[in-house]
Ligand binder design. Structure first.
Ligand SMILES: Cc1ncc(C[n+]2csc(CCOP(=O)(O)OP(=O)(O)O)c2C)c(N)n1
Ligand SMILES: [Mg+2]
Length: 319
């Protein structure tokens, strides 16, 4: 990644972290309802892969932990926050909420609540690209536990058979809700599971964005050149609970601390400081500017936006 890009991405990752932490606060204040799955700890995954791809041009689909993927594709953080607030100005007009961020204009093809649901949709998008002859690729970001759904295997088979331009990104954060991967999954290395379909794959550190970026470049280039699907497994960790009602009784605080020692934002920040590209004061200033932006623009927009009109209840409902 070029130096200028690294500085920009650090700023973006700070926005992603603070945006999510502000969502947590808004949920406690009962401004946001329903389910809320947060992304802190995993920022290098989405950012590293998307820096190697073409946000807004390539199609992206993911599960319910979806706010940051949408923002990375180009969605306005204000429209994402308004969606979480259930407001008419939200990117799904307040009808979707946290798990159903959607922004076709930026080719963010949605967050989905069904675990594994996006697998065949990502393959379908890739088939569409193939039929039209475009140079886009389809990116499918999902968790480790999603790989235990039958649809994972059906999708891999067809994707390999038809050489579809789809990159599967497994954000392996070691848990599916409160179940650790070693209690749910027979083969712990997810990237090995796709070998039986003849799909190229790799596994790497998901906390260091430079490592993610380099692996993602190989993966993206492979898929875009028409060779078929690729599966990239990123080893990562979510700091907060699965959703909001999760006291994390299934894991130790010591384990969490070990992962926080390798925080993706700190890794990039410290590298830029070590090479003299920025100072700690510069970083603190970025955090402050970000907080002001989130408060004065993002939150304000969501707060000030109108609720959906009750008379419009059936609008946008397809039956
Ligand atoms: C089809 C289906 N089965 C079960 C659930 C309940 N559920 C919600 S999240 C989840 C775990 C998913 O974990 P993972 O794929 O690792 O993603 P992560 O939350 O760790 O990002 C489960 C079982 C669901 N939403 N959909
Ligand atoms: Mg998981």
């Amino acid at each position: 990644m070029k130096l200028e890009d690294k500085k920009r991405v650090l700023r973006e990752m700070v926005l992603h972290r603070r945006f999510e932490e502000r969502c947590y606060q808004a949920y406690i204040e009962r401004k946001i309802g329903g389910f809320l799955h947060l992304y802190p700890g995993q920022e290098a995954c989405c950012n590293g892969v998307m820096e190697a791809a073409r946000p807004g041009h390539d199609y992206v689909i993911t599960g319910y932990r979806d706010h940051i993927h949408a923002i990375k594709c180009g969605s306005d953080p204000k429209a994402v926050m308004a969606e979480l607030y259930g407001k008419e100005t939200g990117c799904s007009k307040g009808r979707g909420g946290s798990m159903h961020i959607f922004d076709v204009a930026h080719r963010f093809m949605g967050g989905y609540a069904l675990v594994g649901g996006p697998f065949p949709l990502a393959a379908g998008i890739a088939k569409g690209i193939q039929l039209k002859g475009g140079d886009e690729i389809s990116l499918c970001f999902l968790g480790d536990a999603a790989n235990n759904q039958g649809v994972f295997h059906e999708t891999l088979n067809m994707a390999a058979l038809w050489k579809l331009p789809v990159l599967f990104v497994c954000e392996n954060n070691q848990y599916g809700i409160g179940t650790s991967i070693d209690r749910s999954t027979a083969v712990l290395d997810q990237y090995k599971r796709v070998c039986s379909y003849g799909i190229e794959s790799a596994q790497c550190d998901g906390q260091d964005i430079d490592v993610v970026y380099e692996h993602a470049r190989t993966a993206v280039d492979y898929v875009r050149s028409g060779k078929g699907p690729y599966f990239l497994e990123l080893m990562t960790y979510r700091y907060r609970g699965h959703s909001m009602s999760d006291s994390r009784g299934y894991r130790t605080r010591e384990e969490e601390e070990v992962w926080k020692q390798r925080d993706p934002i700190n890794i990039l920040r410290d590298r830029l400081i070590a090479t003299g590209e920025m100072s700690m004061d510069d970083f603190v200033a970025i955090e402050k500017e970000t907080d002001i932006y989130i408060e004065n623009e993002v939150i304000k927009f969501a707060e000030d936006s109108p609720e959906p009109n009750v008379a419009d209840l059936e609008k946008y409902v397809l039956a």
